[in-house]
Each structure stands twice: as C-alpha cells, then as structure tokens.
Design a protein around this ligand. Structure first.
Ligand SMILES: [Zn+2]
Length: 367
C-alpha cells in the first residue's frame, strides 16, 4: 500500500488498521496519490475511477457517485451545481465511505468505530451495514436529529458525547487505545481516493476542467481529495489547467481560512492552528464546524497552489443561501448553502465554468 507516516516515513503496516502511526503518532497519507489513467466505463459510479485498493477485493457499494451536475443562473452567471446530496445516504461522504469500508473489509475487519458530526457517521453506518461490519458511532450532542436517526436505522450503535465536536473524537481515540478499529474519516486517508472521483466526474460531465470549484470545508477532506483528483488529471494531460479551488467556511469557526490568510504554519503544527471554542457557539453549518483540521497544512497548500483561496461566510447569510438554492430546486442542508454566499462574494473573480458542490441533503436538517 502506497501510504506512509507523514512524520517518520514508516509505511502503513501490512496488517491491522491503525488510525495513526504507532511509532510516532504521526498522520498517515498517500506517498503518491492513486489514480486511474483511463476510466473503466464497465464499472458503476465511483468505481470507474478508483484504482485497486491493494489485493482487492470486491468493492462495497450502495450506488455512490455519478451524481448530477446541473446548471442554473446565479448572480448573473451560469453556475454548475454538483448534487452530492443525491448520494445513497444523502451526502458526498458516501464516496469516501465506499473506499474506506472496502479497505476495512479487505483487511478482515468485522467491528469498527467512527466519530462524526453527522453526515460521516450516517454514511459510515450505511456502508458498514452493507459490508456486514458492526459499527459504533460517537457523535457530539449538537448534531442534528435526522442524522442521528440515520445512524441508528442503519444499525450502528450511537454514542452521544456532551461538549464540542472534539470530545467525540477524543472518546473514539480512547476506544481505539482499547483495541477497537477506529475507522476515522479524518485520520485515515482511505476516503480521499473516493472524494477524488467527484473531480473526475465533473471533468467528464463538463468535457473540460472547471475554471473554479467552490467546496464547503470542515476537515477539508473533500477539498483535498478533489484537488488531488484534478491534479492527477492535470499530470496525465487529461485537463490543461487546474481549477481555482475555493474553500468555504463559516464565520463561527474558520481555521483553514485563517491559516490560509496568515501563510504557512511552522513546525509546531497542529498546535499552532487556531482552536475555536466549538461549544461557545454552534454554526448552523454544523458539517464544517471543525476546530483543528488534521490535514490543515495540506488543504491550505493545495488550495494556494490551485490559485484559489478561502472564503469566510458570515452566519447570517447561511440560511438565506439555503432558501435561495431551494428556489432553484436544490434542497440542501445549511452546510451546503455556504457556497451560495461564497458565489456572491467571488463570482466576479472566477473563470468559467464555475462549479459549486452541494454536499448534503436538506432532508438532514434539524427537526
Ligand atoms: Zn510515524
């Protein structure tokens, strides 16, 4: 497997599924990002674009990917909306869960835990159910009701952790120390090739590279995976330019944007990343409320290299953005609606075609 510790360079072990490096606690990532030269039209959805994951196996699928790319008028321009809410569990997370759970299955995992503010947990629970893996999901108390319900209906055990989002992650790490497989969508890199397929699809659907792509960012996993997908296409000559990646965060907490605006972080990363008091005020865009994104440096660097930037959307514009999108027929959750205000603020500087990612379904809103 083409994965190693970012700090000490030790390769990912041949057995087991450690969520971080057992030697130095470093984060694992791909040494070279995997991609396929030519899509296989005989495979369904994302699997047209996903390279073999080791000695692989049958992939675990619920029909993820192949989501619609719909154009609409926005702020006087034609904008393409990538409808990721059309994925099986209602969010883009399914692309990453499909590749992550396929990997777990190939390693013989029968039981796993995850922590999530909602969408990742719901998606993880769905794919675990599909794979026959017993799942437990730690969620923060502020996550919305429908996402919790989804997790439970898929048969996962739900563990509600009081306090900010980071408490749920801490509980999961403690369980991992006790020997559980911690299938973290934040720590493990296995979901990134799944997210890259969103980029491949957009290029296939447009027949060219977008000029810009707007992406809501919490951990920044979708942004990172998609950006690497576009870079793979650029390196193989499939596209002739890198789209400007526009990461979008909420004003309640925007550590990636802060980091981008302040320049490079020093060696003490991630301690230097601003830690917002997540519990102090909850954003309606709950999906992007992450205090200390684990791959912040990689996310910020790839955004800068793309010629893009970060946009911080004030909380007061999020729900009106959701309403505006709904008037176009797109029923999305508030986190996805960040892109509407970001479009308003950036469209004059963006080259066509402009693509905005609608990450999650409006059916997931608070009850
Ligand atoms: Zn290490």
């Amino acid at each position: 497997m083409n994965i190693a510790c970012l700090d000490c360079g030790r390769p990912y072990p041949d057995t087991g599924v450690p969520y971080h490096c057992p030697t130095c606690d470093g984060l694992y990532d791909f040494v070279e990002f995997p991609f396929v030269e030519t899509a296989d039209p005989n495979k369904p959805g994302i699997w047209r674009y996903v390279p073999s994951l080791g000695d692989n196996p049958k992939f675990v699928s619920l029909g993820e990917g192949n989501t619609p790319l719909i154009s609409a008028d926005a702020f006087g321009r034609k904008v393409y909306f990538k409808c990721e809410y059309a994925n099986p569990s209602g969010s883009f997370k399914d692309r990453g869960s499909a590749t992550l759970i396929t990997y777990l299955k190939a390693r013989g995992v029968t039981e796993a835990i995850e922590d999530s503010s909602g969408n990742a947990g719901a998606s993880f629970a769905a794919y675990a159910a599909r794979a026959g893996i017993t799942a437990k999901v730690y969620v923060p108390e502020h996550s919305s009701g429908p996402k919790r319900k989804q997790i439970e209906f898929f048969g996962a055990e739900l563990v509600v952790i009081p306090g900010p989002r980071s408490n749920a992650a801490e509980s999961a790490r403690k369980a991992a120390e006790g020997g559980m497989v911690y299938a973290s969508h934040a720590y493990l890199p296995f979901n990134l090739p799944g997210y890259a397929t969103c980029a491949y699809e957009i290029v296939d659907q447009l027949g060219q590279a977008p000029g810009a792509v707007l992406i809501p960012a919490g951990q920044g996993g979708l942004l990172l995976g998609m950006s690497r997908g576009f870079l793979s296409l650029l390196h193989t000559g499939r596209i002739d330019r890198m789209p400007a990646i526009i990461g979008v965060q909420s004003s309640v907490g925007a550590p990636l944007a802060e980091l981008f605006n302040k320049g490079m972080v020093d060696q003490n990363y991630p301690n230097k990343v601003p830690t917002y008091t997540e519990s102090a005020r909850a954003s309606v865009a709950e999906g992007v409320q992450v205090g200390s994104p684990l791959r912040a440096e990689a996310v910020v660097n790839i955004t800068r290299e793309s010629g893009g930037r970060f946009v911080i959307v004030d909380e007061e514009y999020i729900l009106s953005g959701r309403d505006a999108l709904a008037r176009l027929g797109f029923y999305v959750e508030p986190t996805s609606a960040l892109v509407w205000r970001a479009l308003n603020e950036t469209i004059s500087e963006l080259s066509d075609p402009v693509v905005a990612i609608l990450t999650g379904s409006g059916y997931k809103v608070r009850t």
